[in-house]
Design a protein around this ligand. Sequence first.
Ligand code: SAH
Length: 347
Amino acid sequence: MKDYIQKLQEEHCLTKEEFTALLSCQDKSVYDYAREQAAKIRQQIFGRDIYIRGLIEISNHCKNDCYYCGIRRSNRRVSRYRLTHSQILDCCQEGHELGFRTFVLQGGEDPWYTDQILTDVVRDIKKNFPDCAVTLSLGERSRESYEKLYAAGADRYLLRHETASEEHYRKLHPDGLSLQNRKECLWNLKKIGFQTGAGFMVGSPGQTVEHLAKDLLFLRELSPQMVGVGPFLRHQDTPFADQPNGSLQLTLFLLSLIRLMLPKTLLPATTALSALHPDGRKLGILAGCNVVMPNLSPTAVREKYLLYDHKPATGLEAAESIELLKKQMKEIGYQVVCQRGDYPQSE
Ligand code: SAH
């Protein structure tokens, strides 16, 4: 198995069969080896720097009904909110003072945010904070809409593909959503010029190692600048309320493999990883991650953006705790840097 890891490191790809074998192995020494190699590569490219992103959850309204997600349309127990233009700008102001130079606007798929409303917000953020990058994570929109957002100044777009297997996609989503459209959106985003992020949950219901192998191959093919991967976590008010959470060890292993496959990728240690394990964030960094995304949303709405049970929004996940975050990273030999943290340009 270590040969496969070496091959991945040298050739940046494996066959589906090789990935499947590697992901089936569950051998601690293989996990350790992957982690060490991934940490080495990350160090070569990014040194000891950890990039931070201020996450602003702009809306928990969603027109979709994904079976895993706590803010799905059918969940009547969610108290719904939307942030206004000025609330979003206030979050950025606070974040800028704290040292953030990237703002991530994330939300459910909420048609209330028309292109006009969003382009105005993006333009004002870029005008008030010209040294900052704007990342959007607002789901599937038309190519024209993505083009307008890019023209308004948005730099990056996160859209996890969720699973690259048609039949698994159908187990996670109702009819009306399609993997084909999701992929189409990702290719459009890349073509338009966004630094683009894809990704998936580890341990989502019905997932097999073959599915994960296909996820890795899809990432290889798309070669996104960012990859979001975290464990699936159940939410009590969804059809998946009784499903087991994703595995910590397997998530960390996948993060290491992604670092080896796409060495320069911006790879966050996700909030879900922190929710799964108290040391999740540190473990993610040690496995090859180089980004963390503390929560900058107004405190009053944080508890309403619950994608899964026990989602942390305070303590180490809160942007106000940036000093704690710095200390935590220092403890494991890393430093938080206040830069935009773009995808490294090729020499
Ligand atoms: N509506 C946007 C943003 C979704 S929230 C979009 O469609 O891209 C960001 C990510 O949270 C999702 O892409 C999904 O992978 C993850 N997520 C949702 N529910 C989750 C759960 N129960 N456990 C873990 N991650 C979850």
